[in-house]
Ligand binder design. Structure first.
Ligand SMILES: Cc1ccc(CCc2c3nc[nH]c3cc3c(=O)[nH]c(N)nc23)cc1
Length: 370
């Protein structure tokens, strides 16, 4: 019995709804903060909860290397380990292997790689990835193991990766089996080739998943090329199940993807850029290192109910970032996650009232043009 996904309103291709899981409801459009190594970097669980996030992401690649799957299970799973009792989605690890691990080999059977931490050898098959995600980490939503090709890709290479991912989708589903309290998402591949994305979608639908991710984007193609794929890719996936665009993105990427029918997002940007002094605001990004903030006593955003956004002066944030203080990284990460939650909340509200088209125009005028 898949998690119920109820669409409460639609406007054009945009949708707003609720994905109901045993650990809590996920309001869509949803932004999912990335908690790679069992922490949303520089933030406490209470601070993440205070932003309104309904779900966070965990990373199979990092967690299988440290603390290790069997230790994680002995410690009660990721929810107990980190004290987060709402939903957790984990990626399957293949993408991180290709971008982080030492020597790695992709074979039909599995991906083999050496740890970027201590060089130890590891194997990640579709079956092992499901076991780690669902049984050792205890993720509420697991992702199939897939192969994401770099951009740009030649069609034959993109086809090979899409077909391998489709075969791994079937093996992931077989290994996952039927579970009452956990879900499994398939991942659409096919790079920038419409025909490949259609074949990928058809094969995933035949297998049947609780939700469908759009993979293979946010790999350097840029906003324009991503939007061109999103002009057709979301509609190839079932309208009655969640659509998750992996690794996206900047606020404007979220707006344009929601406009084209995407429901769920993850991105390291708000926390990673935050640690380096960048803050997102309704008027676009600013960097607090800039001298113009040295005596600016105004907060980043008085309308956001988050201490980092409305009760902290830019001058103080400027000082903390310039001094490379840990608190600066925490406060800017906290603000950025709260800002992303404010953006997704505003989109849910706009779609629910049939005024997302106007809201999108205002957003561009205010946020993008600067
Ligand atoms: C903790 C965590 C971090 C990151 C992710 C998403 C990581 C990610 C991508 N990031 C940018 N583009 C991406 C594409 C893919 C993809 O095609 N497949 C998979 N499995 N993951 C992707 C998921 C979980």
């Amino acid at each position: 019995m898949p998690f119920p996904f109820t669409l409460t309103a639609t406007e054009g291709r945009a949708r707003t709804g609720v994905l109901t899981t045993p650990r809590g409801d996920i309001r869509t459009p949803a932004f999912m903060p990335v908690g790679t190594a069992a922490t949303v970097k520089a933030m406490s669980v209470d601070q993440v909860k205070a932003t309104g996030a309904d779900i966070i992401l965990g990373n199979t690649y990092h967690l299988m290397l440290r603390p290790g799957p069997e230790r994680m299970e002995r410690l009660g799973g990721l929810h107990a380990f980190m004290g987060w009792d709402k939903p957790i989605l984990t990626d399957s690890g293949g993408f991180q292997v290709m971008s982080l691990a030492g020597i790695s080999k992709v074979k039909e059977e599995a991906v083999t790689f050496s740890s970027h931490i201590d060089g130890s050898k590891h194997i990640l098959s579709p079956e092992r990835s499901i076991e780690i995600q669902a049984d050792r980490i205890g993720a509420d939503i697991s992702m199939q193991l897939d192969e994401c090709v770099a951009w740009p890709a030649e069609e034959p290479r993109a086809r090979a990766a899409m077909e391998l991912s489709a075969r791994w989708a079937a093996r992931s589903k077989a290994a996952f089996g039927t579970r009452e309290t956990q879900g499994l998402f398939g991942i659409q591949q096919g790079s920038t080739f419409e025909n490949l994305r259609r074949e990928s979608s058809e094969r995933l639908i035949d297998i049947g998943f609780d939700g469908y991710a759009i993979g293979g984007l946010a790999v350097g193609e840029g906003h324009q090329a991503m939007c061109e794929v999103l002009d057709y890719a979301p509609d190839m996936l079932p309208a009655d199940r969640p659509r998750y665009l992996m690794g996206v993105g900047k606020p404007v990427d979220l707006v344009e993807a929601v406009w084209r029918g995407v429901d769920m997002f993850d991105c390291v940007l708000p926390t990673r850029a935050g640690r380096h002094g960048q803050a997102w605001t309704w008027d676009g990004p600013i960097n607090l290192k800039n001298a113009r903030f040295a005596e600016d006593r105004t907060p980043l955003d008085p309308t956001i109910d988050c201490p980092a956004s409305s009760q902290t002066s830019k001058a103080y944030l400027h000082h903390l970032i310039r001094a490379d203080e840990i608190l600066g990284k925490t406060l800017l990460s906290w603000h950025n996650i709260a800002f992303y939650q404010a953006v997704t909340a505003a989109m849910r509200e706009a779609i629910a009232h049939g005024r997302f088209e106007a809201w999108r125009k205002d957003f561009h005028a205010r946020h993008v043009s600067n």
